[in-house]
Design a protein around this ligand. Structure first.
Ligand code: BGC
Length: 811
């Protein structure tokens, strides 16, 4: 049976927060899409996209930021496979993850959900997850495509970025994920890129994603991220989520009728969605047979829970990163008397807040795990208030307890409020009360091992007050046992940082252009994010990208560079088994185009017994020598001598060689004399004119206008007392929640939401016509505005009913 235009258009938007429409008479079932990157969040009851309502129990694996520290693609694939198994078993077709946005700035509130500051590492890990997830017949949905690197004004910010930076930094990870992972879905991001919403950006979705990379799957909007659905469909965006109601379908029908888009655009999108629906439904139906029914809901059976809890442990164990270990204080010797101090030891920080929040099947804590280990635990003290309130009694107790032990295990970290979707971090420091406690214990002469739970990098000016630091990141529901095992030497930590840890926030290259007051976010630092900047500008870091210690030592020898690979030998020179992450960096000649000092182009993780040597080969792929030339508008290779380096980290290069290559074009992309800061790397100080030269176009002014796209948080700029009042109430409520230390995520979302979100996220209750009435009201035409809202309200009800009838053939 053929679908009508109405049916096709209506299929391209959700029927509820996490489900698509079904047409039973046409044999088209509804499918489920659920978060998220490190565990399934299926909300069988009340649904929301902020993780506020409860969800079905699922395994909470370590977050992407954690597993990235393992640099282990095989592990990523295994975790992906387990995620996919839970997804299918619980009746979900699309898992909304992995997240692979670049960590442009350490304060981005969602960094814990992302892999790295390096696109190569992020892309490889994401591709591995995708392959694993999709082995189960369900779909992965890498997100958020693209250039989505802050939470402030997240639905309305405009990322101003030059084409080379876009390609080399912000898209390369997605390119690898798409080409090597072959995802059935991808999620477009909320933000605009150079003035056009990502979801309706032809350059991004049509030219790059679909034509260049050959992506044939479904593009799903982020929740409420569709601006003009017709333009989205034309540009290559398939499914608008969550549930915009009949208005969204009518918008498409009208666009076809007016010639704004072709019916063939609709057909192409419908075909993509149908192939997603049909290619996943059978596997899901089969897998749900393994689920356990409780109160009519699908639940995971115990064997899957157990198997995946063990895998969550293994994943955390592979990701433990040792940052400091003075005099070999770790691993702790058998029967050592230890004091366990810090709230996080009992109430673990193991995942972040927001849409990725998983309702765990089990949860380990460090105190219990240490009590079961080979050391003698003399006691536990909370030590500090996790939200930063002074607590002298807790400090006193902690100091007393530490006296009875040989070594103090001090669990520090960021709390739930500091790392959340919808909110960027306010500071890069630990809360002062934690640092004060560390200093007090140090003054008392204690030997201190710090265990850090934090989903992104923090300042560590306090590091000289402790003897060792084990970075657990946000290690999932079984992470505590991995920490205990790393401390006691049951495992040998092998993680290395997937993100640079700087000495102080002021060192970050995007310091002056992150989460500011304007809508536009100028990516003035260009290609120099993370280590690419710190190395080029000679900024000393606390712990460099790729850094991590082991309880054993490794020696490197015999580098051999071929046209398509680099080989070398790694030897375990210590006395216990260990795993070494070797990193391949390449330095471009940098004569014709400015370039970072070196860039990651490959890596390998090798397990070695004491005394054992292995020959490691890392392939040189198509990313090894390329740069994006803005004149020829394609990838080119610069002529000259390339330095090939193998390192323990980005700063600790142990082997190197050279290779000379021919160039692929004479066309110089830039007049380098006009871009002195990019040449020198001093990109914190790029002026507006120089940035405009790099961009090749003017910067939009970024001022809010009174339109469908004004956010609720900008209504103080409206010309209506009603707008001011709503703004004052919402911001007042938010400020109160911030002061209390528990920011209201819902309010934050609303304040960052453009007015059009009212029509996109209310399941058809509010139409775009009503939003236009509100806009009139905000422009000062309050009477006309209110009348329009009322008229459109009635119109919407009538039109919704008519559409439903046409869709489902009601008599
Ligand atoms: C987030 C997405 C998430 C979606 C659905 C949005 O707010 O940005 O990452 O997948 O909600 O919950």
């Amino acid at each position: 049976m053929k679908m009508t235009l109405d049916q096709k258009c209506a299929l391209l938007s959700g029927k509820s927060v996490f489900q698509t429409r079904e047409y039973k008479n046409l044999g088209i079932p509804s499918i489920w899409l659920s978060d998220g990157p490190h565990g399934l969040r299926k909300q069988a009851g009340a649904s929301d996209h902020l993780g506020l309502n409860p969800s079905v129990e699922a395994t909470c694996f370590p977050t992407a930021a954690t597993i990235a520290n393992s640099w282990d693609e095989t592990l990523g694939e295994k975790v992906g496979e387990a995620l996919g198994e839970e997804t299918a078993t619980l009746g979900v077709n699309v898992l909304l993850g992995p997240g692979l946005n670049m960590k442009r700035n350490p304060l981005c509130g969602r960094n814990f959900e992302y892999f790295s500051e390096d696109p190569y590492l992020a892309g490889k890990m994401a591709a591995a997850y995708i392959r694993g997830i999709q082995k189960n017949g369900v779909a992965a949905c890498p997100k958020h495509f693209a250039v989505n690197n802050q939470e402030t004004r997240r639905m309305a910010s405009d990322s101003i970025v030059d084409e080379r930076t876009l390609r080399e930094i912000y898209l390369t990870g997605f390119e690898i994920a798409v080409k090597e992972g072959n995802p059935k879905c991808i999620m477009s991001s909320y933000n605009l890129i150079n003035g056009t919403y990502a979801n309706e950006n032809e350059h991004l979705l049509s030219e790059i994603l679909r034509k260049e990379w050959g992506f044939k799957g479904t593009v799903v909007t982020d929740w409420g991220g569709s601006n003009d659905h017709a333009l989205g469909v034309k540009a290559g965006s398939t499914l608008e989520m969550p549930a915009p109601g009949g208005d969204s379908a009518r918008e498409l029908i009208a666009a076809v009728k007016s010639g704004k888009i072709e019916e063939s655009d609709i057909d192409a999108r419908v075909n993509e969605l149908l192939s997603l629906i049909f290619s996943t439904s059978k596997a899901v139906k089969e897998a749900t047979k393994n689920a356990v029914l409780k109160d009519g809901e699908l639940n995971l059976p115990d064997d899957i829970k157990k198997k995946h809890h063990d895998l969550a442990y293994h994943a955390a164990a592979e990701s433990m990163t040792l940052l400091k270990n003075n005099n070999g204080i770790l691993p702790l010797k058998r029967n050592t008397k230890v004091a366990i101090i810090g709230d996080f030891a009992k109430n673990p920080r193991y995942q972040g807040a927001g849409s990725s929040m998983v309702n765990t099947t089990a949860l380990d804590n460090l105190l219990d795990c240490m009590e079961k280990s080979s050391v003698e635990v003399v006691g536990y003290a909370k030590g500090f208030d996790r939200l930063g309130q002074p607590d002298d009694v807790a400090v006193k107790e902690a100091r007393e307890l530490a006296k009875c032990a040989e070594i103090t295990i001090l669990c520090l970290g960021l709390d739930e409020v500091q790392e959340s979707e919808g909110l960027d971090r306010q500071m890069m420091k630990l809360r002062q009360n934690q640092i004060s406690l560390l200093k007090a214990l140090h003054r008392d002469g204690r030997k201190i091992v710090v265990v850090l739970s934090a989903g992104s990098s923090i300042e560590t000016q306090w590091k000289s007050y402790c003897d060792a630091i084990l970075y657990a990141c946000l290690s999932g529901q079984a992470g505590a046992r991995a920490v205990a095992d790393a401390l006691t030497g049951v495992i040998n930590p092998s993680g290395k940082l997937a993100e640079t840890w700087i000495e102080k926030y002021e060192d970050t290259p995007s310091l002056h252009h992150f989460a500011g007051k304007k809508r536009t976010v100028e990516y003035r630092e260009g290609i120099y994010i993370g280590y690419r900047y710190y190395q080029k500008a000679d900024v000393t870091t606390a712990f460099p990208f790729g850094y991590g210690l082991s309880y054993t030592t490794f020696k490197y020898s015999d580098i051999d560079v071929e046209a398509d690979s680099v080989s070398f030998t790694v030897t375990n020179t210590g006395s216990i088994l260990g795993k070494e992450i070797s990193q391949l960096y390449i330095s471009a000649p940098g004569k014709m185009v400015f370039a970072p000092k070196r860039e990651l182009k490959g890596f390998a993780k090798t397990s070695l017994k004491p005394g054992e040597s292995k020959r490691v080969t890392i392939p040189l792929d198509d990313k090894a020598f390329r740069y994006w030339n803005v004149k020829t508008n394609r990838w080119e290779q610069e002529e000259g001598v390339y330095k090939i380096s193998v390192g323990r980290s980005s700063e600790d290069i142990v082997l190197s060689d050279e290779i000379t290559l021919k160039g692929t074009t004479d066309k110089k992309p830039y007049d380098m004399r006009k871009l002195p800061h990019y040449e020198s790397g001093d990109v914190q100080n790029v002026g507006k004119d120089e940035f405009v030269k790099l961009l090749g176009h003017e910067i939009p002014d970024g001022k809010p206008d009174i339109s469908r796209n004004m956010t609720l948080g900008e209504m103080n700029h409206a010309r209506s007392p009603l707008g001011w009042l709503i703004w004052a109430i919402l911001t007042g409520m938010l400020n109160r929640s911030l002061k209390k230390g528990s920011p209201d995520l819902n309010l934050l979302f609303q304040l960052n939401m453009p007015l059009r979100g009212l029509a996109k996220m209310t399941s058809g209750m509010i139409s775009m016509g009503m939003v236009d009435g509100i806009v009139l009201e905000l422009r000062g035409f309050w009477f006309v505005g209110i009348i329009k809202v009322l008229v459109e309200f009635v119109k919407n009800i009538i039109q919704n009913r008519r559409l439903e009838k046409r869709l489902y053939n009601y008599k």
